[in-house]
Design a binder for this molecule. Structure first.
Ligand code: G3H
Ligand code: 13P
Ligand code: ZN
Length: 328
């Protein structure tokens, strides 16, 4: 059954767990998420980026989500727009049946330029007004996502901004967060605390200086009733890097966000944890392995089946690690 983000995160807060939000682009990813959730009886957040909506087509994506929800009628499913860049993107998501939208006003509509605080408040407030009138939840973002280690802020296309941002722009200001939530009435707040999107977050296992978990604790102390969202939360597991490289990939050694840091965040108000890269890596590793081991094979099902299984395994692990088991 369809459910809003607000309903899911309220339940998560009452019961002290966090929910992974997995990105979708195709049927295999959708089935992997639902099969994993079904196996551990977890509620589901599926999210689609603007790129995903372009890739899969809005109509196909909307019907796919319908089908996934119909297949598992007992699992609550929230369909969420990931990184909406303006009111139009959020409005069309709502038209296609999304029950939640992210208005990412930390960047301007080009999704490349860091935006002013005033712009962020105004555009997010407008989206909240519209979405709430439709019974749809809203996630806002305050602070620019990017690695504290490199000082590079991050545009939507994954490329760092020209010129380094200063340290403070990459961390959400707790005072500003209080003001932002009051002014915009968002249901959930994405914060910046030193992570970036993609696989190449850190050049070593992050410590307290490059992953500012204390910022989360600060914000939670001041906004105990606001659901916090961590973006860039893939852990980039070593075994997935190894599989990819063992079967012909060339990924340089890298580190992501350790699961224990996410668990610490969940103790301090983090309720939605965005994960895409780990699933991409699970899929790619399995496909590389299947193709290398069976060079005469050309039926896509022969490599998509193990790919789906690898993603399902990762999704189940995160459901268990974040405390979602049995919460559906
Ligand atoms: O926001 C980042 C997510 O991993 C989605 O990525 O825009 O390439 O679909 P994407
Ligand atoms: P990762 O690239 O770390 O998986 O982050 C995904 C994300 O934040 C989607 O919004
Ligand atoms: Zn994100």
């Amino acid at each position: 059954a369809r459910i809003t983000l607000r309903q899911l995160l309220d339940h998560a807060a009452e019961n002290d767990y966090g929910l992974p939000a997995y990105n979708i682009n195709n049927m295999e990813q959708g089935l992997a998420i639902m099969e994993a959730a079904h196996e551990v009886n977890a509620p589901v957040i599926i999210q689609a980026s603007r790129g995903a909506r372009n890739y899969a087509n809005d109509v196909v994506l909307a019907k796919l989500i319908d089908a996934l929800a119909e297949l598992y009628p007992d699992i609550p499913v929230c369909m969420h727009q990931d990184h909406g860049n303006g009111p139009a993107t959020c409005a069309t998501a709502i038209q296609y049946g999304f029950t939640s939208v992210m208005m990412d006003g930390s960047l301007e509509e080009d999704a490349k330029t860091p935006a002013s605080y005033e712009y962020n408040v105004e555009v997010t407030r407008r989206v909240t007004e519209m979405a709430h009138a439709c019974g749809v939840s809203v996630e806002g973002e305050l602070g620019v996502l990017g690695s504290l280690e490199t000082g590079m802020g991050e545009a939507e296309d994954g490329h760092g901004f020209e010129g380094k941002l200063d340290h403070s722009q990459l961390l959400t200001d707790p005072d500003q967060a209080v003001d932002f939530v009051a002014a915009t009435k968002v249901d959930a707040l994405a914060i910046a605390m030193g992570t970036s999107h993609g696989a190449y977050k850190f050049s070593k296992k992050p410590d307290g200086d490059i992953l500012a978990m204390n910022v989360i604790e600060d914000i939670h102390r001041r906004l105990p009733n606001t659901h916090l969202v961590m973006h860039g939360s893939s852990s980039v597991p070593q075994d997935l890097q190894d599989i990819i490289n063992q079967y012909g990939g060339e990924m340089p050694q890298t580190w992501g966000v350790p699961v224990e840091e996410i668990q610490r965040g969940i103790k301090h108000g983090v309720r939605k944890v965005n994960i895409d890269t780990d699933n991409r890596m699970a899929i790619t590793g399995a496909i590389r392995k299947a193709l290398m081991e069976n060079p005469r094979e050309f039926d896509p099902r022969a490599y998509l089946k193990p790919a789906k299984a690898a993603m399902k395994k990762l999704c189940m692990e995160r459901y268990q690690q974040f405390g979602c088991e049995g919460q559906a």
